[in-house]
Design a protein around this ligand. Structure first.
Ligand SMILES: [Zn+2]
Length: 463
C-alpha cells in the first residue's frame, strides 16, 4: 500500500488564481495546501474529481455584519448560522465590524465581538475596529489595534448620533493609520445634506421607502468622498471607500494626486434597480447608500470592469422582513441592510463572468485576492499555492437555476434577488482543510474557524 501523504486531492479541475488559470490537481494536507500540479491519486486519503469545474481560492468577504444592531433591530443570524450561509455561497473567511454600542469604547466592542464569534463561526474571521469619538481613550484603542493585528479601521461620515466620527477625528485617525501602515475604511455619505433632506421629508409626510432613496442622493456620497480624498492626500493614509454606489466617482478615483484610494462595490448596487423602492415590499430593500438607477449602475459596472474597483463585498445585514415591514410607511425607522452574505459571490459570478464576460482571474482578484492583500492576510489567503491555507471552492460554471429565498440558508425570509436567473454554483467549500459544503450541502464536522492573524496591508501587491 502506498503511504497516504495528503488528506484530500482535488483532481483535474481548472485552478484559477488572480494571476492566471491552468489545468492541475490540488492536494491538501491538514489545513494547508500541500501541492499544485500533476499529482498522484494514490497518495491521497480522499479524491474529489473536478472535471469541468473551476477550483478557486475561497472567497473573502471583508464587509459583513453578523449579530449586529440592538433591541428590535438586532439582525437575525448568529456567527454559527451566518458563517454556514456564507460557506454555502463559497465564502471561507470574513471580516466583520466592532461597532461601538452606547457607552462602549473601541476596545470594549472588540472584546464583545471576539467573544460572540469565538467557537461559533465555522469560518475564519476578523474584525474592523470602529471609532465614533475622538477622545484620548478611543484614539489609544485604535492605535493599539493598528499595531496588533487589526490594521483596518472603519469610520463613518454619517449617522451623527451613533456611528459617525467628526471630520477632525477622521483626520486624526488617518494620521495614525498612515503612521502604522494600516488602512481606513470609510462609509462616505454627507451627514449635513442627508439630515436636512430627512427632516424635510418627515415634515412633508414623505416617509415611504422611495423617499429613503431620495434623501440620500449621489451628490451626498460624492461630497463625502471628496472630503475624505483631501484628508487621504494630506495624511498619505490608504483609504477604502466602502460600498461605493456611483460611477460619478470616476474622476476622483483617477485623479488622486498621491492619495492611496481603493473602492469596494456590493453586487446589489450592480444588479438591482431603484424601482425596488416602488414595490409593495420596498422596505426590504432599504440600505444605505440606497439602490441607484440604471445610469449610475452602468457607470458603476464600467468602474468594476476597468479596474477602478478592488473588491466586491456583501455588506450583509440580515433582518427578517417583519422587522423591516413594521416601519414600511416610515423609512427613518426601518433597519438598514440586505441579506447578501450567501449570494454575493455567485450573483457576481453570474452577472460579471457569465453575462458580461469578465475573466475568472479578475473575479478571483475582486472576491478574494485583493481582500487578502488589503486586509493583511496574503498569501495565507487569496491564492491557491503550496503553503497557503486550505480555503478552496469548487464551482460548476455551467449550472443554471433560479434564485429563491426558500433555497437560502440565511436566517431571514426574503432574498433581494428573488427570481434572478443564475449561472454558476458552488459545489464544494473547503475551509481550513475541512469539507464544509459537499455537493451543495453543509455537513457539520465540528470544525470551527479561527481569528485570522493579520499583518500590514500589502498595497504594493494590488494590480
Ligand atoms: Zn456595512
Amino acid at each position: 500500500m502506498e503511504k497516504k501523504i495528503w488528506d484530500l486531492l482535488i483532481k483535474n479541475g481548472t485552478i484559477v488564481n488572480s494571476t492566471g488559470s491552468f489545468q492541475a490537481d490540488l492536494a491538501i494536507a491538514k489545513d494547508k495546501i500541500a501541492a499544485v500540479g500533476q499529482l498522484e491519486e494514490g497518495l491521497a486519503e480522499r479524491v474529489i474529481h473536478a472535471d469541468g469545474r473551476l477550483v478557486m481560492p475561497g472567497m473573502i468577504d471583508s464587509h459583513a455584519h453578523l449579530e449586529t444592531g440592538v433591541g428590535e433591530s438586532k439582525s437575525k443570524d448568529t456567527y454559527y448560522s451566518g458563517s454556514i450561509a456564507a460557506a454555502y455561497g463559497g465564502t471561507t473567511s470574513f471580516v466583520d465590524f466592532a461597532f461601538n454600542n452606547e457607552g462602549e469604547k473601541p476596545a470594549d466592542s472588540m472584546k464583545r465581538k471576539l467573544k460572540e464569534a469565538k467557537g461559533n463561526s465555522v469560518l475564519d474571521y476578523s474584525f474592523h475596529p470602529c471609532i465614533n469619538s475622538m477622545d484620548e481613550e478611543s484614539l489609544g484603542d485604535i492605535h493599539h489595534f493598528l499595531k496588533n493585528g487589526f490594521p483596518s479601521i472603519k469610520m463613518f461620515t454619517v449617522y451623527r448620533d451613533s456611528l459617525m466620527l467628526e471630520k477632525q477625528g477622521i483626520y486624526e485617525v488617518l494620521k495614525l493609520v498612515a503612521k502604522e501602515q494600516g488602512i481606513a475604511l470609510i462609509h462616505a455619505e454627507c451627514a449635513d445634506m442627508i439630515e436636512r433632506k430627512i427632516a424635510d421629508a418627515i415634515s412633508a409626510g414623505k416617509t415611504l421607502p422611495k423617499d429613503h432613496a431620495a434623501c440620500r442622493p449621489v451628490i451626498s456620497e460624492l461630497e463625502a468622498m471628496y472630503g475624505v480624498l483631501a484628508m487621504a492626500r494630506d495624511t498619505k493614509a490608504p483609504v477604502i471607500f466602502a460600498h461605493m454606489t456611483t460611477g460619478e466617482s470616476r474622476a476622483l478615483l483617477e485623479r488622486t494626486d498621491g492619495a492611496k484610494l481603493f473602492a469596494e462595490v456590493c453586487p446589489h448596487y450592480l444588479v438591482l434597480d431603484e424601482e425596488v423602492y416602488e414595490r409593495a415590499d420596498g422596505y426590504n430593500f432599504i440600505c444605505s447608500p440606497p439602490i441607484r438607477g440604471a445610469k449610475d449602475r452602468e457607470k458603476l459596472w464600467e468602474l468594476v470592469c476597468s479596474g477602478h474597483v478592488q473588491m466586491i463585498n456583501s455588506d450583509h445585514t440580515d433582518y427578517h422582513s417583519r422587522q423591516k415591514k413594521k416601519y414600511a410607511d416610515y423609512f427613518p425607522k426601518v433597519p438598514n441592510g440586505l441579506p447578501t452574505l450567501e449570494t454575493r459571490g455567485m450573483v457576481f459570478f453570474s452577472e460579471a463572468v457569465v453575462k458580461r464576460g469578465m475573466k475568472a482571474e479578475r473575479f478571483v482578484e475582486l472576491t478574494s485576492a485583493n481582500a487578502a492583500k488589503l486586509m493583511g492576510v496574503y498569501p495565507a489567503k487569496g491564492v491557491l499555492a503550496p503553503g497557503s491555507d486550505a480555503d478552496v471552492i469548487i464551482v460548476n460554471p455551467e449550472c443554471s437555476y433560479t434564485m429563491r429565498a426558500a433555497d437560502m440558508h440565511m436566517q431571514t425570509d426574503f432574498c433581494p434577488y428573488e427570481g434572478l436567473e443564475m449561472t454558476g454554483k458552488v459545489e464544494y467549500t473547503i475551509a481550513g482543510g475541512e469539507v464544509l459544503i459537499e455537493n451543495g450541502v453543509y455537513a457539520e464536522t465540528g470544525h470551527r474557524g479561527k481569528l485570522i492573524k493579520r499583518g500590514k496591508p500589502r498595497l504594493d501587491l494590488i494590480g
